[in-house]
Design a binder for this molecule. Structure first.
Ligand SMILES: *[C@@H]1O[C@H](CO)[C@@H](O)[C@H](O)[C@H]1NC(C)=O
Ligand SMILES: *[C@@H]1O[C@H](CO)[C@@H](O)[C@H](O)[C@H]1NC(C)=O
Ligand SMILES: *[C@@H]1O[C@H](CO)[C@@H](O)[C@H](O)[C@H]1NC(C)=O
Ligand SMILES: *[C@@H]1O[C@H](CO)[C@@H](O)[C@H](O)[C@H]1NC(C)=O
Ligand SMILES: *[C@@H]1O[C@H](CO)[C@@H](O)[C@H](O)[C@H]1NC(C)=O
Ligand SMILES: *[C@@H]1O[C@H](CO)[C@@H](O)[C@H](O)[C@H]1NC(C)=O
Ligand SMILES: *[C@@H]1O[C@H](CO)[C@@H](O)[C@H](O)[C@H]1NC(C)=O
Length: 381
């Protein structure tokens, strides 16, 4: 009996070590993009929009700087990322705008927090704050903020290879689950989408609320996105910017649990991206465009003197990235000047995290396992 008990010990220890990451909703600051150095560590696309067929040229870093399309406003210390609203665009030409991608990639066990004062909106305008793997659809995509034209609600979503579904999400009752299959092959790559029920999450409503904060958690237990308008930002996010415990943030706005989508399988480290395009596959689709705007997307908005684009800018106070496992979840990328395809590495991060509800399910599992271990211990007493 004694020797049997001893030989069981490694099993018991292994079971306990499996439980160790369960409670990990704590993340430490690993990278901050803010203030005068905000634009360090990003690559400018430097090519016309050949990704979504927008009537837009994503300019180089030097053009963005000289034309003041990407700059830090010295009055506020906030980063501005905008559409050119001072040039006249003649027929057959595209309008200048910006697409920037972080050089570094952040893997499972990461959280990114973006504090913004203003997001781009207006007829023909299609902004996004999002992330993806360079091997898309392998490694997945997370859209934290996306909208087109004059819509009044943010739309969040994932895009993956086939096999990732939304099952039993734990998210705000006001959120609208539009679709549940994340596969890029379903409904023309529609993605698994959640619409924020709050009109402060987009456009003029967002600006009028003084902006707000998005928190995106990429964890083994699932992906969660929280949106907080300025007046409702939890003190957990402001009192200590060096660390974050996502279990204190309450129910997320959108949730994609690992129950229906293995995070290890479908998500590898992501580059973070800000971009603004014009018209194109989504904003310029006539059946979508005419839901909130009149006229013809390119002819009536992109062309001409740019007076349509006075509200087409991001104002960003900071982007902070947190990690549950130090810098091990980061894949460093060089500051290349092309479209930025950081060095290949097969580490995709492993740490876990999770929202409160998932953590609770897990702590119940831990309790059951503890009871079982207790029973085993009594057997060998
Ligand atoms: C878009 O243009 C860039 C720069 O020329 C090129 O590297 C990339 O392959 C193009 N992408 C597509 C989808 O055509
Ligand atoms: C979806 O991804 C597959 C690769 O997994 C690719 O061949 C296909 O073109 C993609 N389709 C769409 C609509 O994105
Ligand atoms: C992530 O790493 C795990 C463990 O090495 C592996 O099984 C999984 O396929 C990887 N996922 C991606 C998307 O690379
Ligand atoms: C919007 O466009 C679609 C497709 O072009 C058309 O079927 C629909 O009637 C239009 N709706 C309005 C309100 O113009
Ligand atoms: C810009 O174009 C719009 C629409 O054509 C016009 O109403 C406006 O007066 C023009 N603004 C300037 C400064 O020329
Ligand atoms: C261009 O947009 C900025 C906001 O980014 C605004 O302050 C400015 O008035 C606009 N200029 C014109 C000519 O509309
Ligand atoms: C943290 O990173 C180290 C180094 O890559 C790795 O050995 C370890 O397994 C990671 N820990 C967790 C809990 O992911």
């Amino acid at each position: 009996m004694r020797s049997a008990a001893r030989s069981l010990l490694p099993v018991v220890l292994a079971a306990i070590s499996l439980l160790t990451p369960v409670a990990a909703t704590n993340y430490d600051l690993v990278k901050e993009y803010a203030g005068s150095t905000f634009f360090d560590g990003w690559t400018f696309y430097d090519h016309f929009d050949n990704l979504t067929n927008g009537d837009a040229v994503f300019v180089s870093a030097s053009v963005a700087k000289s034309a003041k399309l990407a700059f830090v406003d010295p009055a506020t210390n906030h980063a501005i990322i905008k559409v050119d609203n001072t040039s006249t665009v003649p027929f057959n030409e595209k309008r200048n705008t910006v697409r920037i991608t972080t050089n570094d990639r952040y893997g499972l066990g990461s959280v990114w927090v973006a504090d913004m004062l203003h997001i781009p909106y207006g007829c023909s305008v299609w902004p996004a704050w999002w992330s993806q793997s360079p091997d898309w659809p392998v490694g997945g995509e997370i859209d934290t903020l996306e909208g087109v034209n004059l819509v009044t609600h943010n739309q969040m979503g994932l895009h993956t290879e086939s096999g990732c579904q939304v099952v039993n999400p734990v998210q705000l009752a006001s959120s609208i689950q539009t679709s549940t299959d994340c596969s890029n092959l379903t409904n023309h790559n529609q993605g698994c989408l959640v619409t924020d029920g709050n009109t402060a999450s987009y456009g003029q409503g967002f600006a009028a609320a003084g902006g707000g904060v998005w928190v995106t958690e990429l964890a083994s237990s699932g992906i969660s996105i929280w949106f907080f308008p300025r007046a409702n930002i939890p003190s957990a996010l402001t009192s200590n910017t060096k660390a974050i415990d996502t279990s204190t943030l309450g129910t997320p706005t959108g949730n994609w649990p690992s129950t229906g989508c293995s995070m290890d399988k479908f998500f590898s480290p992501h580059n973070l991206i800000f971009d603004i395009t014009l018209c194109g596959d989504f904003a310029g689709n006539p059946a979508i465009f005419n839901q909130t705007c009149t006229g013809v997307c390119y002819n009536d908005y992109v062309l001409g003197n740019g007076s349509n684009y006075a509200t087409a800018y991001f104002e960003v106070a900071s982007v902070r990235v947190y990690s549950s496992n130090g810098t091990n979840n980061i894949i460093k990328g060089g500051s290349s000047s092309g479209s930025g395809s950081p060095g290949a590495a097969n580490s995709n991060g492993t740490q876990t995290g999770g929202n409160g509800a998932v953590a609770m399910q897990r702590s119940m599992m831990a309790m059951l396992l503890a009871l079982a271990l207790g029973a085993i211990a009594r057997l060998f007493a």
